[in-house]
Write a protein that binds this ligand. Sequence first.
Ligand code: ADP
Ligand code: MG
Length: 418
Amino acid sequence: MAAGFKSGWYTVKLFSGFVLRGHFAMENVSVIKQLHLERTGTAPEMFLAPGRVNLIGEHTDYADGFVMPAAIDFATIAAISPRADKQAVVYSKNFSEEVERPLDGIGTRGSHHWSDYPLGVLAILQQEGMAVPGFDLTLYGDVPLGAGLSSSASIEVAAMLAMLHVAGVSLPPEKVAQLCQRAENQYVGAPCGIMDQFVSCCGAADHALLLDCRSLQYRLAPIPKHLSIVICNTMVKHSHAGGEYVTRRVEVEEGTAVLRGHRPEIRLLRDATVEDLEKWGHEMRPDVLKRCRHIITENIRTVAAADALEANDLALLGRLMAEAHISYRDDFEASCKEADVMVELAWKQPGCVGARLTGGGFGGCTVNLVESAKAEKFAAVIAMEYENATGIHPEIYLSYASAGAHAIEEAANTGAER
Ligand code: ADP
Ligand code: MG
């Protein structure tokens, strides 16, 4: 950490054409603080909420299963101060745009604008009966927007911590996550699960978070300090992704119904076992059987991956991530040729512990656990070979598992010492 930086974080450093590194330095926090001061004439309180990457556990959330994401060191900062009037004034430095609304005119649905995220958070807090006063809010994030690293959860959580502060309310992080999910589901209109907001709130430096999507109980599993999380953006998102997502949901429900016919206690695939599938899978259409097999085995792999981290068994972790990718590719059929190229390149690189396609599928990012000493070389080789193979210039983000959302004054010793 550079001398004179009191508490870590915050500078987006573009150190080559294709690699972005998180790790905002304290001076960037100062920039947002200064910007807020210039806009409003008032010194703000500052909050930060990270984006996330899912290490393993894909399409298990809506089956009430397990996911294991980590918060990353790309984040949104929210600077807030109360206003004397009853106006909500929100500015995003990313969009260089301000939106102003009366507190009693927030409504219940957004308007397909970036401000839906902070205003949705406000709407939910109002629905919860919280008296949020008028405020000025300045937002800035370095989570790449729309890249699958959940800039949406990070802006929601940062905005919610800020608004709770001016309302004088404190809530447990699990509750903040649930309210932010509601804002995204109801106000923004995006049917996301709880994972993104949950890990943005409850993540911990140098840890992955194994989340039980049914009970919302979680445990933290240590990621060895010598590993980096390298996220490689294929820069493709195939247009059939939305339709395929709906088809997968229908197929999974169809398969679950078959198993439920034999064992009524199977509410969702979380309750089913490989043995159930062996006994009754032949009653399913072949594609349905494959979708169910992915989810049932992915749940097992995800819990095993947390155990592997706890046992510091990195070889096992890598195998589980590879099996997860193959299952996602062959059984769930949610990969694509660009993602397969990216992952297969990673598997061959020195220092790569594990690699797989992460996120909803049909493009997006791969997640790679890589020895930090070899991470920059890894990024350079992957970028070059991916471009040679596909003609597409990728973006690569070097990151590591970071602390969950917090007030920035509390940022000291949260894993920023790198
Ligand atoms: P992802 O969560 O994968 O980044 P989403 O489509 O779910 O992608 O969310 C991205 C949207 O969130 C952006 O298009 C924008 O509307 C909003 N958003 C995220 N961060 C910011 C920000 N710093 N300022 C304004 N809007 C933001
Ligand atoms: Mg999102």
